[in-house]
Every structure is written in C-alpha cells, then in structure tokens.
Design a protein around this ligand. Sequence first.
Ligand code: GDP
Ligand code: MG
Length: 729
Amino acid sequence: MPPKIVIALSGNPNSGKTTMFNAMTGAHQHVGNYPGITVEKKEGFVQKDGYSFHIVDLPGTYSLTAYSQEELVARNFLVDERPDVVVDVLNASALERNLYLAVQLMEIGIPLVLALNMMDEAKDQGLSIDSQKLSELLKIPVVETVARSGHGVEPLLLEAGRFAGERGGKWSQINISYGPDLDPVLKEMARKIEAEKFLTDRYPPRWLALKYLESDEEIRVVGRKTGPLALELEDMAESVAKHLEKTLKTYPEAVIADYRYGFISSLLKQGVLTKRSGQERLVLSDNLDKVLTHKVAGPLAMLAVLLAVYQITFTVGEIPMGWVQDFFAWLGDTATALIPDGLLQSLVVSGVIDGVGGVLSFVPLIMLIFLFIAFLEDSGYMARVAYMLDRVFRAFGLHGCSVMPFIISGGIAGGCAVPGVMAARTLRSPREKLATLLTAPFMTCGAKLPVFILLIGVFFAKYQALMLCLVTITAWAAALLTARFLRSTIIKGPSTPFVMELPPYRLPTLKGMAIHTWERTWQYIKKAGTVILAISILLWAAMTFPGPPQEVLEQFETRQEALTAQVANAAQKDQDMKRLEARRKTLAGQEAEARLRFSLAGRIGNGLEGISRLAGFDWRTNIALVGGFAAKEVIISTLGTAYSLGETDPEEAAGLGERLKRDENWSALTAVSAILFIMLYAPCFVTVVVIKQEAGSWKWAFFSMFFNTALAFALSTTVFQTGKVLGLG
Ligand code: GDP
Ligand code: MG
C-alpha cells in the first residue's frame, strides 16, 4: 500500500486555489458540503510517485479567526481532522497580503508547504521573488507554481508528500512577538492553559491564548463549556484590551495584525522580494478598469454585460430546452399509447415523465448560467460588478453580487428562479445570500409572464406595455423592500464588509469553466432531481385524488356513451360532425373540471374560497393558484380546466381571456389583485427545492412558501379591498 497522505489546500480567495485543485486532481473530484452548512467541500484523489494523495479544498479565507463561516470551517478542519500537510496557495504577485494567512497557519503549527502561485504574473509585474530564501527563513518548503499551466504542480505534490513524511504528523508552532503589551499576557495565558490542559487536545496553548485576545466568538463559546478557566482568560483579555484602549487608543486585534504584518515585511526585506524598476504594473488591467469601473461608462458596460448574459442564456437555452421538452412529450405520447387509460397511465405520464422532464428541462439553463458565472468570476469582472453595485444593494441589506440572481430570476421579465436561486452562490456572506435567495423568486419568471400578459391583455388592453413595465418595477420594489425587511428582522446582522478585492483581469481557462459548470449541473440533477421527482408525484396525486364520487363519474360515462352513439348514427354531414365534435370537447372539459374539483387540490381551492374572497378570488382561481405551486405554467392550464374549456393548451388562452372577461368573478381590480398575488406567493416547488439546497435547510424553503404566500395575500387583499371602497371593483 502506498502511504496515504491527506493534503488540505488553503489560500486567499482568488489565489488560484480552485485552479490548483483541478490541476492536481483532474477529473477525480467530489463536491459536497461540510455537514450542516452550505460551505462547499471539495475532495479529490490522485496517485503520484508511490504516494496516494487525498486532497481537500478548504474554503478561501484571509484569516483563521472566526469572522465568517468559511474561516470557521477551514480552521475546524485543521484542528479536528489534522491533515498530514497543508498546502497554502499564495498569489505571488500580492505576496505580502497572502503571507498573512500563511503566518497564521505557522502559528497553529500544522506541517505547511507554500505554493507561490501566479509566478507568471509576479514576473510580468517586475517582481523578483527568492523562494529559496523564503524557505530558509521560514524553515518550510516553498514551491513556485503557475497553476493555470500546470507548471510546478507535480513538484509541489511530491514536496508535500516528502514533507508530510518528514514531519510525521508532528505540529510545531512559530512564536511571533506581539510587543510589550501583549507578549507577557500571552505567555501567562498560555501557561495557565498548558497547566490545566484546557482544550489542548484540540488547540496549541499559545494559539488559543491569541484567539482569546482576538475575542474569537467560537473559542469563547467552546471555552465556557469546557471549564472555569475560560472566564479567567476572558478577564485577562478584557483587562489588556482596556489597557490598550486607554494608553494607545487601539485594541488587541489591531495590534496583532500590525505585528503580523511587521513580521512579514521584515521577512520580505531580507532579500525575498525585490521589485525591478521600469516595469509598468498591470497596465492592461488598469486601463480596462479606467473604462469598466468608470462613473458613467462602468454602469453602462455592466448593463450591457448583464443584458447579454440574460439574453444569451434564455435565447440559446431555449433550443436545448425545447429538445428536452420535445423528447419528454414524445415519451409521454408513447407511454399514453402503450399503457391503457387509467390511473397507471396518468401516474406514469403526468407524475413521472412530466416530473423528470420538468427537472431535466432546467439543465440547459443551469449549464449556461454557470458557464457565464464561471467566466465572469474567473475573469475578475464579477468583482467589479459587485463593487459598482454594492452601495445600492447594501442599502437593502444585500450585496453587489445579488444582482445576478435577481436578473436571472426574471428581473428582466422572462427569466427563471431555478438558475436564479442557484446563481446566489456567488454570494459568500450567508446573511446577504439568504436574503437574496428568499426574494429573487418575486421576479417575473417566464412562466408567470404569460399569466400576466393574459390578464393585462384582457383587462388593460389599452395600456399593455405600461402595465408590464409596472409589473417589473413592482417586482423589483417588492424584492428589495422585503430583503430590507428580512435583514432587519429574522436575518438581522451587520452587513459583511466588502472584502472582495479587485483582482487583475485574467483570461479564464476553458477547463476551469467546464469543470465548474459540470459540477453545478450534476449537483442539481443528483440532489434536486430525486427530491423533485418525489414531490412531482405527490403533486400529481393531490390533483388526482380522491376523485369525484361514483355517480358523477357514471353520469359522465353515460353522456359520453350517448354522444358516441350519436356520432355513429349521424349522417356523414360535415356540419353535424363538427357540432358533435365540439360537444365531445366540452364534455371532456367538464369531466376534467369535475375531476379537478373533487381532487385534493380542488377541495383545498374550494375550502379556501371563504378567505380568498377577501382578495377577490373565487374557487376556480384558487385551484389554479394551488396548481401554480407545481409550476407557474400550470396556472393558465388549470384556469382553463377550471373554467371548463375543452382545451387546456396555453395557446388557447385567448378563449380563456374571453371567459374571464365575461365572468362576474373577474374585473380589472381582481386582475390587479391576482397579478400581485401570483408575483409574490410561494415559489414553484422546483425553486423551493433549490432554495433548500442553497440555504442548507428545509427551514428556509418552508419559510419562503409560507412567508411569501402570507405576504402576497396581505397585499392582494389590501389592494382589492381598497379598490372596492374606492368603487373600482
Ligand atoms: P480561487 O478563488 O483561489 O479558487 O482562484 P481560481 O482558481 O478560481 O483562480 C482565479 C483566477 O486566476 C482564474 O481566472 C484562474 O484562471 C487564474 N489563475 C490561477 N492560477 C494562475 C496562475 O498561476 N497564473 C495566472 N496568470 N493565472 C492564474
Ligand atoms: Mg475558487
């Protein structure tokens, strides 16, 4: 058996960690989540030169203090799993900042190898780095790499394997001086920790003391559960903090950061880093930014990029989506022909085939949107978008990166909330991400759009364009205001500061984008797919069972038979045949209506009429709205069925429009109320499932169903009742 070596890859965001991981593992990787949270966990396996490597990609972080979920995950992985060696990927062109994390890794003491990545860029910028010298000073291996071309990746692996063997699992910490104020306290704290063996099976004593000085939230919680020493340590930290405040008007974390940077800069000055003069630094990138983040040209360019992403996703995506839909339609027809009429046929066709088809028809959209996101992120442009929009979105408790999920979900009418919600992955801070996830489904997706167009066409024929425009604006306003509301109530908490730096522009690699896209898509198919199929069958059952009582069914059967007899007897006159055909259609429609009315969904719709009247909806509308949970497309077809039109095809919606116009339950006011309700109420169930996936718990998925529906109902009722009082109904 070759020696098994667990490598943890760490590094700042944008240092090339993912590229390095891909270069090391190729296709042999596995993506999952760390237990219980949405932070992604990637693992890969590779055999090289008699070693068998197991590589774990830690989340990208700037530090190891528990400021964010990512940092906590990275740190806990190190202390709990104790990997054989950590490979820290550094962006060599920003060595000083990138060493900040490396120093912290050396303070925790885990065997560490540095990968000086992006050496090509460092050279282009006229930096000269003596990695040999750095290695000597730190007494750890340092390997120069260019992850994008694969240069140095193999030597890095071998060096990691060798070093892990040499250290044999032993940790050894470096001790940095933190100056006359902190050093004595640190020493005393470490002594007490050591003496009581306080959490020492997990953390090195001095490191733990340092975390107390940095007021690390997690350590404090864990400490208090461990023993009384915790309070003593907190007191010591408290009193030194007070002292610093009084004497130097500063606080421990700032002092610690200063000394760490001091340590780094003294390292670099010892001949590790020299800058050749005369080289223009990042000319191209700076010039691009003069335009792309310009006050006027910047937002315009951004608008163009977002519009292009949107247009291409949905116009190009439509083509393969059509193939998938055609294929499943064909499959449905085939199954209908093969399986005799009845429950089994209905289950297979409407439950299973439609369900699987529904899941897979989103795949082209998801692939395209992630291809674009991979491009925008890897090229560095996403950071600019976030930078430009951050101020606007921050006002609503969101983040600059929220723009993508909103636009894709239908911020430009006609999107889709499924890829939209998935696009929220670009958000790294959990609170902003959650607020984005929960509000993006308010946007006008491609399935709600036809309903809006139908209602506007019927009741506001003269102002179609204006009304559609109003609908879009209302959706944005609702999303942003609701986000603001959620962020100041149940998802309260400070906004994450904009730590995203602006990396230089780079041309992304095809391989990187392909891997990224495929991972996301596969995750969707695998995880969401199974759940969605199950729910699809449940929804089918809800719209089928318990079914009409026997005598109702018999009635239809008798009428059907009578009609068939008439057809047989009719003289072969065209006119007669047409009339009979129309009657047959009407009868089929009435039967479908009866079946729906007696189903669970129908009974719910019926039962809710007492309440829904407040917002102006009769029971037929209710059934359609209940059906809309399955998919928003179902609203139109169900309205068609519920108003017993023979045809349930959305193309026949014109007929439905006429019906609504004449119906005494419908008016312009009802239409406005219905539009508002459909805009805001529970997302379709596929969206609910991806919300669960992205938010990491069913709690938020259920929340979005109930909260959105309550909000929608409250607003529709208010509008409807006000309208009635004003005499508009
Ligand atoms: P991560 O955020 O650390 O995972 O960084 P990524 O792996 O996504 O890389 C960010 C960008 O840097 C991508 O566009 C990569 O193609 C690019 N990149 C990665 N390694 C190198 C390198 O060694 N040289 C250059 N020039 N670009 C690199
Ligand atoms: Mg990455």
